[in-house]
Design a protein around this ligand. Structure first.
Ligand SMILES: Nc1ncnc2c1ncn2[C@@H]1O[C@H](COP(=O)(O)OP(=O)(O)OP(=O)(O)O)[C@@H](O)[C@H]1O
Length: 782
């Protein structure tokens, strides 16, 4: 049967034919262009090519690069882009600030375009970065140079609702992400698959490949096709064969443009170090900032707690330069906000952890100060790389404690880092110890923060890999505590040798997946596991099917994680299980070993009083005992099994089975009807009682209010009590009314739970009378 073609509405047949012809001509022209471009790429010879315009690029990419004022190629771009365009796997290494981002983003756009990638093809390229800030920055560059293309690209970094990203992910062609969030989507986003993936890019590859991200990255890789192009970039590139084997690279090209250079850091970067005793570091930093009020400065510290403490205290000392702080425990909105502020600022000081050590391209940073020594030379190189970017000048200052000097300088020298020693001018140094002690005295929260900062610092030293350079016994800890404004060093117990890599690995693993990581893999490990005390919470987070892991449980895991931060291997001595703080009892308890309870034949270690109570509860005991059988008693008090079969002869005598069934159904229906009426009556009665009870309560409350009688014992009262306590307490000791208001505005102020904790610690210390005050003042002066 011949097919009848209906002409398009309102258009003559000839016009349609013309359109079709134009379309097919256009398609033909596009195909020809693509073929020509492909040929140019394959035959491209990078020798003597200096400009982006010399590269075989699509009109779209070339135009966007031009509009963004990228004309000349940097060394790494000149060498890496042509290879990546040809589809080769590339290991790119070049100094910080030398333009590696464009070296991998340009081929991503080009290769997908040449493969005629469309929305229907799904995710074609994945760009993974170790931090959210860096991922955001990469995404911004992608938007700039990809603006003429029609690809859809997305930023997947967490910090907002998973559901918001889930819907969009299915439509994305290029995904820029952090490892944890990506894995979370792989685990929880239904229907998301990467089977079409063409390109995988790891920026700061050595960081993503190190132990910290190992489990996460391995899980990600197992979800990706083996047939793909892989690009790895970093200023401190890995050459480890085992790392590369994990990524199944195919004959990778190692492009290292600065390998033969005399220094591993940018040429225009001036690097200094200063030997400063630990207890004088804050004085020296304060003096340094006072002398550089018009500069843009980044100060690196080894932990979030230190960042917070220095930021809070220095803010109250009114140095005269805008202060900012950034660390991984802030909310994402705060992190984004602070990053944007520092990007735009002309002169300010950003206190930060290593969350901003890599990749971030803050313009015009004058100084990078490392108040705490970096964990290794690679971290040093990345930190100082935040200044002197892309042929600009910059300066870096490293603070070293006397015991760190020899080891650290030797390591830097061996890595080709040119650094010279300088001394602080004595006349310009200012002692701020008394001021800090005053601040801590006035503000219990600040004192608490100082204690945490102290512990975190000691912890950071104790986990350093290079034990010769960082030996904890070499640090004057009492003096350090005093320099933080503390009357005495917080007592630390349980310091033990720790596996640094294990800690890093755990720290970086997405919370929800930590349980998977620790779940027993073999019978042996299972046996080992049995020895541990496993709480209900442990079991919840250890569920294999993470897709059904409720948010609530994940939050619990997260809280534990946050708490464990210090407790992993260091602890402030606090009230022991025996309720006798630091007393002999506690020591005895430790010597005796932990308490054990036998339940259901199993020996369970009890680590807290609460847990003991829980375990001893009737329910637990019943659950642990042998399981009984459920019985049913008849009218004569005879016990029967729940389900008993009737004697067969009796059953046959009672009539045909169908009739019996019918009778049974009718009888049971009647029973249900009666029960239903009874139930309704009961429900009505209960509702009435409830209503009356509520009315009675309302009447009582009204009466109480009228007579001003409020004992404040309702649920809200307890919480309010803490707030009120804070309100009354703070102004009493606070001469500077502004400071409290400022403190309260901070996004990551201690939460209610923390405030409670703070008050508990501080309650003993708050002077109650003149004598107390004098004693405290004498202590401070002493
Ligand atoms: N060809 C170019 N022409 C001009 N500027 C460029 C060029 N390539 C990169 N830049 C600029 O150089 C700066 C550093 O680039 P980029 O952030 O890519 O460096 P990087 O090598 O990735 O540094 P890091 O190792 O710290 O991550 C950016 O501001 C970028 O805009």
């Amino acid at each position: 049967m011949p097919t009848i073609r209906v002409p398009e509405k309102g258009k003559p047949k000839s016009a349609q034919n013309n359109r079709k012809l134009t379309k097919s001509l256009k398609r033909k022209r596009d195909e020809d262009e693509l073929a020509k471009l492909e040929k140019a790429v394959q035959e491209f010879d990078p020798a003597n090519k200096k400009l982006f315009a010399d590269l075989p690029l699509t009109r779209q990419t070339a135009a966007a690069l031009d509009k963004s004022h990228f004309k000349e190629l940097t060394d790494i771009q000149r060498k890496a882009i042509p290879l990546a365009l040809k589809g080769r796997d590339v290991l790119g290494a070049a100094k910080t600030g030398s333009g590696k981002t464009l070296a991998f983003l340009t081929p991503v756009l080009e290769n997908l375009y040449r493969k005629q990638w469309t929305d229907m093809d799904g995710v074609g390229a994945l760009v993974i970065s170790p931090t959210r800030e860096l991922a955001t920055q990469i995404f911004e560059v992608l938007r700039k140079i990809g603006r003429e293309h029609t690809f859809s690209a997305g930023l997947v970094i967490g910090g907002k609702k998973l559901q918001d990203e889930q819907a969009a992910l299915h439509r994305m062609n290029i995904v820029v992400c952090t490892p944890g969030r990506l894995l979370q989507h792989m685990d929880q986003t239904v229907g998301l698959n990467f089977e079409n993936l063409q390109m995988l890019v790891l920026d700061e590859a050595d960081r993503i490949l190190d132990m910290g991200f190992k489990a996460t990255l391995d899980a990600i890789i197992s979800n990706l096709p083996r047939e793909r192009q892989t690009l790895l970039f970093s200023a401190t590139q890995t050459k480890s064969v085992s790392d590369l084997a994990r990524l199944s690279l195919k004959e990778p090209e190692y492009v290292s443009v600065h390998e033969t250079a005399t220094s591993a850091t940018p040429v225009k970067l001036e690097q200094f170090y200063m030997v400063v005793p630990l207890d004088q570091k804050l004085d020296t930093l304060y003096s340094f900032l006072r002398n550089h009020l018009t500069s843009k400065i980044m100060v690196f510290l080894s932990s979030c707690k230190q960042v917070r403490y220095i930021y809070e205290t220095f803010r109250q000392l009114h140095i005269g330069i805008p202060l900012l702080h950034l660390h991984g425990k802030q909310k994402q909105t705060a992190r984004t906000d602070i990053t944007a502020k520092f990007l735009q600022s002309k002169n300010s000081c950003l206190f930060a952890t290593d969350v901003v050590a890599r990749g971030l391209d803050f313009p015009e940073v004058d100084w990078v100060v490392q108040l705490d020594a970096p964990e290794d030379t690679d971290t040093y190189i990345h930190r100082v790389g935040r200044t002197a970017r892309f042929e600009k000048t910059g300066r870096a200052l490293l603070f070293l404690c006397p015991s760190e000097e020899k080891g650290m300088t030797a390591r830097l020298e061996s890595k080709k880092v040119p650094i010279v020693r300088v001394n602080a001018k004595a006349a310009k140094k200012k002692d701020i110890k008394i001021q800090l002690q005053n601040l801590c005295f006035k503000d219990p929260e600040l004192k608490y923060l100082a204690q945490k900062a102290f512990i975190s610092y000691v912890r950071s030293i104790s986990i350093q890999k290079d034990r010769d350079t960082f030996s904890i016994t070499e640090y004057p800890l009492e003096e350090f505590a005093s320099s933080l404004g503390l009357v005495a060093a917080p007592r630390i117990k349980g310091m033990k040798t720790v596996d640094v890599e294990k800690i890093k690995e755990r720290k970086n693993l997405p919370r929800a997946l930590k349980s998977l990581e620790t779940a027993p893999e073999s019978d042996d490990s299972g046996a080992e596991d049995k020895k541990k005390v496993r709480t209900k919470h442990d079991k919840m987070v250890e569920r294999q099917n993470q897709g059904v892991l409720a948010d609530h449980y994940r939050k619990l895991a997260k809280e534990d994680e946050a708490e464990d931060d210090d407790a992993d291997f260091l602890q402030v001595k606090r009230r022991g299980y025996s309720d006798s703080e630091g007393s002999d009892d506690e020591d005895k308890e430790e010597k005796k070993g932990p308490k054990k309870i036998v339940l259901g034949g199993k020996e369970i270690i009890v680590d807290s009083k609460k847990r003991e109570q829980l375990l001893m509860s009737k329910k637990k005991l019943a659950a642990a005992g042998p399981r009984g059988t459920k019985l049913r008693f008849d009218d004569d008090g005879e016990a029967h099994a729940m389900y008993e079969l009737e004697d067969e002869s009796k059953f046959a005598a009672a009539g045909p089975a169908a009739e019996q069934r019918q009778k049974f159904v009718e009888k049971e229906t009647e029973k249900v009807k009666i029960a239903d009426v009874d139930d309704r009556d009961l429900a009505r009665q209960k509702k009435k009682e409830k209503k009356e009870r509520r009315k009675q309560l309302e009447r009582e409350a009204a009466l109480a209010e009228a007579s001003g009688d409020d004992d404040g014992e309702d649920d809200g009262g307890a919480e309010q009590g803490i707030q009120l306590h804070g309100k009354f307490e703070m102004p009493k000791w606070d001469n500077d009314s502004e400071s409290e208001a400022e403190v309260r505005e901070e996004p990551e102020r201690p939460n209610k739970k923390r405030r409670k904790e703070t008050k508990v610690i501080e309650a003993e210390d708050v002077p109650e009378n003149l004598e107390d005050l004098e004693a405290l003042a004498a202590g401070l002066l002493g």
